[in-house]
Design a protein around this ligand. Sequence first.
Ligand code: UDP
Length: 239
Amino acid sequence: MEIKNVKRVLVKFSGEALAGDAGSGIDLEILKFVANEIRQLANANFEIGIVIGGGNIIRGVSAAEGGIIRRTSGDYMGMLGTVINAIALQEALEYLGLDVRVQSAIDITEVCEKYIYRKAIRHLEKNRIVVFGAGTGNPFFTTDTAATLRAVEIGADLIIKATKVDGVYDKDPNKFSDAKLLKTLNYDEALRDHIRVMDDTAIALAKDNKLPILVCNMFKEGNLNAILTECSGEYSIVS
Ligand code: UDP
């Protein structure tokens, strides 16, 4: 796939990334950093949708571990957590002067818009950033799957999975010093190897809809913009 033809992108990053060293909650410095990275993309005239996870607040699976909270309720708690992150990101982006709308897959109309596909498209056309909250609105899914779903719905040219690592490696880079970054791989290879940066449901949905997945490091300043505008830096593409 040609990065230079990309116009509309869906950026997915995990809620955990917002937590910083504390491991949970929202680190305002990191929030500011992330907002700045997104601002660079907006200044470069990309149309931007964002899905943010909720792992810094709560995950359904972990909440259900003790047997007190049922998984389904835990998952709904997790989805509400993503809305908290989406609102925080909206504030940080607006602070930088950008136009932003949060749309939630679960109705919380006092807090943000509900997800309406046609409205989302209109916002994007008007160069507003749309942050999609509450995942898919369904338990037993992840925000990676939500991001892929929204990316397909809005006709994004690319989904960007912004992570803590530079891309997909042939083996665990934390364990093997000779691990090699894979510049490109196809969907079937990603599914066969269960690449850790994205879950299989999300990859399968991307495969069915021929949506390319770009995996890159969000913590290197200017990286997102450099990749999209100059195709420079490290990243992997699953397509
Ligand atoms: N979740 C869900 N359905 C969705 C998206 C998310 O039930 O469509 C719940 C699930 O419990 C998940 C939590 O929300 O663990 C937070 O999302 P995720 O774990 O994907 O966040 P991330 O790891 O990206 O921070």
